[in-house]
Design a protein around this ligand. Structure first.
Ligand code: NDP
Length: 486
């Protein structure tokens, strides 16, 4: 790693300021909560800024503001709401460089990915909702009934740290476009990019109360949002365990929940696949963002006739995942988000090896930078499909490889999971690949490297969640359906 070059990158040398306020009712104001959250750079392990730890009084203030703003915001003409969101898109686009460097600092995503995905994708998603806000879902009739969609009300958005602005945008842009108002609680590990969004919201002049920001611990601020009587829909992305807790809190008052949870997605490589492309794409996918991606294809299923060949390609591709500083151009793999996450991931590698997996690349003894929460790109072969490392979401750079003998067996292994978020199939025969894709119990499948589509519905089967985000399906999550008989 070229630390000297990295250290002089403007993204690292520009100081990040402490933030001391919350955004409530259209203004930056002092929090009621007195605590602070220290934000760490996981590459240098240094604290780079502090943000306030709000409390339940701050949540009450935010929800009251969102509730008061809901009537006027939902009553705006679609073109007016679209104009507000368009101004937000302009203000946020001007901050694209800062967004990328901020996420590279607070999360450790390498700059190339930070620029393209962490900054670029949320802007694309916001633009798609500018367009949709201006062209509302048309009403339709069923017999003598007129069927209309109406905004659900106040949305509580609770988001994770892995794609911090994208996860926020999928909720906030969809909710605002539908005519809802929002209270956002971003992840404690990565709150700084949320502040950039609210700087843009302030500059764009969104009406007071339409979007509110309360930073603070999930156990306090997140729980208070989920339990609040005036929050009509809780939209959460994160772990399945917290998703279940939020569902319990919301169930007491029959509030709606939308959950985007974990994944353990299968990349099925049939015998007639373009093996090199399938394996190399699969390895890159599994290690994107240091493996901290809910849709990551972390189980590679390979036909036994191509298994050894696939392992050799996977080992070579994993070795190309150069660890280093996110600001160093050669870096492919940044650190994990926190020391705790690194220890969790190391524990899984240990368990996998103890259970009989064969180490093909990386591992606990592979060299890593002596500072930062790094784990080398690790490939485990001969993994038992029922073992812990094949079943649990590791959320780090660990890929397991499993052989199969028939299409039926591949489908059975792919579906042998409590999750069902994403997946892939590779075959020289597209119809055969599509047939396998249709049998996979999962919310999305890419056939032969089909590209991510930000307008397609995104969400999970089984314990990967409830509901869909992005595009028209995502907008529909924020609407109630009304039937008017004439
Ligand atoms: P969590 O599910 O704990 O955190 C996600 C969000 O929920 C954060 O904003 C968090 O706040 C908040 N939160 C935490 N506890 C509560 C609560 N009791 N009530 C309401 N909100 C709460 O994820 P972690 O950060 O702990 O990550 C743990 C694991 O979850 C990862 O290893 C990974 O397996 C999975 N995960 C999956 C993601 C996905 O995209 N599917 C994203 C992130 C994690 P705070 O930041 O203050 O804790």
């Amino acid at each position: 790693m070229d630390l000297a070059a990295a250290a002089t990158h403007p993204g690292r040398t520009t100081p990040i300021a402490d933030r001391t306020q919350l955004y409530l009712d259209g203004r930056w104001i002092a929090p009621h909560g007195t605590g602070v959250i220290a934000v760490e750079d996981p590459t240098t392990e240094q604290v780079i800024a502090h943000v306030p730890a709000g409390d339940t009084v701050d949540v009450d203030r935010a929800v009251a503001a969102a509730k008061a703003a809901f009537g006027p915001w939902s009553a705006l003409a679609p073109a007016e709401r679209a104009a507000h969101l368009d101004r937000l898109h302009t203000a946020l686009s001007a901050r694209a460089g800062d967004i990328a460097t901020t996420v590279a600092r607070e999360l450790g995503t390498p700059m190339k990915i930070a620029t393209k995905v962490q900054a670029g994708l949320p802007l694309t998603v916001l633009k798609s909702y500018v367009d949709m806000a201006g062209q509302p879902e048309s009403t339709h009739t069923v017999g003598n009934s007129l069927i209309v969609g109406e905004p659900v009300g106040v949305v509580g958005a609770i988001t994770p740290w892995n794609y911090p602005l994208h996860q926020i945008m999928a909720k906030v842009a969809g909710a605002l476009a539908a005519g809802c108002t929002v209270v956002l609680k971003p992840a404690d590990l990565t709150p700084l990019v949320a502040y950039l969004l609210f700087d843009a919201i302030d500059e764009a002049g969104l009406p007071p109360g339409v979007a509110n920001l309360v930073t603070g611990p999930g156990s306090v601020v997140g729980s208070a949002i989920a339990a609040h009587p005036d929050v009509d829909l809780v939209s959460f992305t994160g772990s399945t365990a917290v998703g279940a807790r939020i569902s319990h809190l919301a169930a007491d008052r029959i509030a709606r929940v939308a959950l985007e949870l974990g994944g353990k997605s299968a990349n099925v490589i049939l015998a007639d696949a373009d093996l090199r492309r399938a394996v190399k794409t699969g390895v890159a996918n599994a290690f994107l963002n240091s493996g901290q991606t809910c849709t990551a294809w972390t189980r590679m299923l390979v036909h036994r006739s191509r298994y050894d060949e696939a392992l050799a390609i996977a080992a070579e591709a994993a070795a190309g995942q150069t660890l280093g500083d996110p600001f160093d151009e050669g870096t492919r793999l940044g650190p994990l988000a926190s020391a705790a996450q690194r220890e969790t991931v190391r524990g899984y590698i240990e368990q996998g090896l103890a259970a009989g997996a064969r180490l093909i690349a990386g591992g606990l003894d592979a060299p890593v930078p002596d500072r930062g929460h790094f784990v080398a790109a690790t490939v485990l072969a001969d993994v038992d499909p029922d073992s812990v490392v094949a079943q649990e979401e590791i959320f780090g750079p660990v890929l397991v490889v499993i052989p199969f003998d028939s299409d039926d067996e591949a489908v059975a292994i792919a579906n042998n999971s409590r999750y069902g978020l994403a997946g892939a199939v590779w075959s020289g025969d597209e119809d055969r690949a599509l047939a396998v894709a249709r049998r996979m119990r999962t919310g999305a499948v890419d056939v032969n490297g089909g590209a991510f589509n930000p307008l397609a519905p995104f969400g999970g089967f089984k314990q990967s969640g409830i509901g869909r985000e992005l595009g028209r399906h995502g907008l529909a999550e924020f609407l109630e359906t009304k039937a008017i008989q004439r």
